[in-house]
Design a protein around this ligand. Structure first.
Ligand code: FAD
Length: 411
């Protein structure tokens, strides 16, 4: 017997968990909802950590998803600084870090992800940072005040966003990456070249196709050394080397895990344990839109899956069918938006032009749109999304995607 009971237990006080709680109340659910989060803060948005919060243009308070009163007003019991340590999926009992046991009727695993830490020589020197939470953002900002030379490790959006933010704060930034160009892994070579040029124009040096080898310094980092032997002076380093879904609790509970390292879920985001759903970064679900298993770590997806899982807990049986949407800001230089994700593609069609700074890349596989990336042409993305969902084989009509006179709605 558990010491206490909750109708719905939400594990993880992040975006997915908070969105689920909100959607439950919006749907009129009047049972008890317990939201358990490991972090000291109430649920907040992470994106500002590499953007306005890092630049000192907003506060951690402003990043909160709901004001503090919201939880009591909506009868959602929020436990912060508390972890769910153990989950008995058959008995439906969770054990908290306070040793208290909580029985539940339905549960959501919204445990998010943790930064991927690199094991390299010198990795424990002072001045080397990872970024996931407002506390990390504040430490980077503090260290940056004194720093002359900053090296960002990684070619993905976090390293690029942080480089852009710190550059606008007057710092000299160098990106070190294994990719041929920044952001090229997900968006391809042409987009990578565009973003590399944009960062370069703002004074950011990109060291490409040259992975990190080690850090050097005496107590504090002084140099970044790459595999080719290049040495870069650095008094501050930020690693943007990806995230690993947090499946510790799920694994311990014996839930099935997927091939992407996430929690294996059905089309309705239910895990292998009936009555337990998963949403957000760890959710690897059967996507009816893509016809394959999918796991993405995007803000809008965590929110949408949190909301959807609330409806699934209340009886929704239609599969989750949102098209994943991602956005990223490189300071105020550019906002990119993306729908997909494409596993592979055999053709890129560009609408608009890189020179004008307003373009959309349609990614096609066998004549079908499988993803879209835009800078400054959000409307195009709606068409990309429609075509992706409809799985329309455009054949030769794909050329029209590049023709500014062609009406995309007619495709
Ligand atoms: C710096 C940064 C910038 C980003 N910018 C963008 C962006 O511009 N665009 C975009 O689309 N996405 C962005 N993202 C990604 C996006 O923020 C994440 O995909 C999203 O926050 C995931 O939400 P989540 O609820 O799944 O996980 P999280 O936000 O990680 O929340 C999970 C919570 O669960 C807690 N937890 C884990 N295990 C337990 C347990 N056993 N018991 C209790 N609590 C537990 C964790 O401590 C955490 O607080 C960014 C991410 C970062 C780090």
């Amino acid at each position: 017997m558990a010491e206490r009971q909750a109708d719905i237990l939400i594990v993880g006080g992040g975006l997915a968990g908070a969105s689920c709680a909100e959607a439950l109340r919006e749907a009129g659910f009047d049972g008890s909802v317990l939201l358990v989060g490991r972090e000291p803060s109430a649920p907040y948005e992470r994106p500002p950590c590499s953007k306005d919060l890092l630049r000192g243009e907003s506060t951690a308070e402003e990043a909160l998803l709901h004001p503090h009163d919201w939880y009591a007003e909506n009868d959602v019991e929020l436990l912060t600084r508390t972890s769910v340590m153990k989950l008995d999926a058959d008995a439906k009992i969770a054990t908290l870090s306070t040793k208290e046991t909580v029985g539940f009727d339905r549960a959501l695993l919204a445990t998010g992800a943790n930064v991927r830490r690199l094991r390299v020589d010198g990795g424990d020197l002072e001045g080397i940072h990872y970024l996931r939470a407002p506390g990390n953002s504040a430490s980077i900002r503090r260290d940056a005040e004194e720093a002359e030379r900053i090296v960002l490790v990684g070619g993905s959006y976090i390293a690029c966003e942080v480089a852009a933010s710190l550059t606008t704060m007057g710092k000299r930034c160098t990106l070190v990456m294994q990719e041929e160009a920044p952001l090229s892994t997900g968006f391809g070579a042409a987009a990578g070249e565009y973003f590399g040029t944009l960062l370069g124009e703002h004074g950011i040096e990109c060291v490409t196709a040259d992975p990190l080898a080690r850090f050097e310094g005496d107590g504090r980092v002084q140099r970044v050394v790459t595999e080719s032997g290049r040495e870069l002076d650095a008094d501050l380093v930020v690693l943007g080397t990806g995230a690993i879904p947090d499946v510790m609790l799920a694994r311990g509970a014996g839930l099935e895990l997927g091939e992407t390292g996430g929690v294996r879920c059905s089309q309705t985001l239910e895990t292998s344990a009936p009555g337990i759903w998963c949403a957000g970064d760890p959710c690897e679900y059967e996507s009816v839109v893509h016809g394959r298993r999918l796991r993405v770590e995007h803000f809008e997806v965590a929110a949408a899956q949190g909301r959807y899982s609330a409806s699934a807990m209340l009886g929704e049986t239609e599969p989750y069918s949102e098209v994943p949407y991602f956005w990223s800001d490189l300071a105020d230089w550019c906002t990119l938006e993306y729908i997909g994700p494409a596993e592979r593609w055999d053709r890129e069609v560009v609408r608009g032009s890189f020179e004008s700074g307003e373009f959309t890349i349609f990614y096609l596989e066998g004549g079908r749109v499988v993803a879209g990336l835009t800078v400054g042409r959000s409307d195009d993305l709606e068409h990309a999304k429609r075509l992706l969902v409809a799985k329309t084989d455009l054949g030769e009509r794909a050329d029209a995607l590049a023709d500014e006179d062609a009406d995309l709605a007619a495709l």
